[in-house]
Each structure stands twice: as structure tokens, then as C-alpha cells.
Design a protein around this ligand. Structure first.
Ligand SMILES: [Zn+2]
Length: 69
């Protein structure tokens, strides 16, 4: 994935899943809970979780059981 200085700046909220090391972005759900989302599905200006376009990392993480601990 190409990353220029602008998108890097926009993606300062990217973090790594502590279980599998994947890039995830925490977005707010409508219930104001933080949800880890696969970074590849998050656009620069997305701040709220949208289940029609975002993929919850809980669904894709191979170690989701650790994550939930
Ligand atoms: Zn993970």
C-alpha cells in the first residue's frame, strides 16, 4: 500500500492489533463504543463505524479470542 505524508498524517490513529499485529483503526460505533476495524477498509475521513463498508477486526483476527480477554 502506498503511503504518502498526507495519508500518514490522516492515519495517526492506526494501531496494531496486539494479538496478530494487523493494522487496525478504532472507530466509534453508534453506541459510542470503540471498535477495532481492519485499517484497509477505513477511509481517511471515517470516524464512525459503518457495518456496510467497514470490517470489524473481531471478524478477521485469527486470535480474536485473545483480543477479547
Ligand atoms: Zn488481530
Amino acid at each position: 500500500m502506498k503511503v504518502d505524508w498526507m495519508s500518514q498524517r490522516e492515519h495517526e490513529h492506526i494501531t496494531q492489533c496486539r494479538a496478530c499485529g494487523a493494522d487496525v483503526v478504532f472507530l466509534r460505533t453508534k453506541k459510542m463504543k470503540l471498535m477495532p476495524v481492519d485499517a484497509a477498509t477505513v477511509a481517511h475521513d471515517d470516524y464512525q463505524f459503518d457495518d456496510t463498508k467497514h470490517v470489524s477486526h473481531f471478524a478477521t483476527c485469527p486470535h480474536a479470542d485473545q483480543y477479547r480477554r
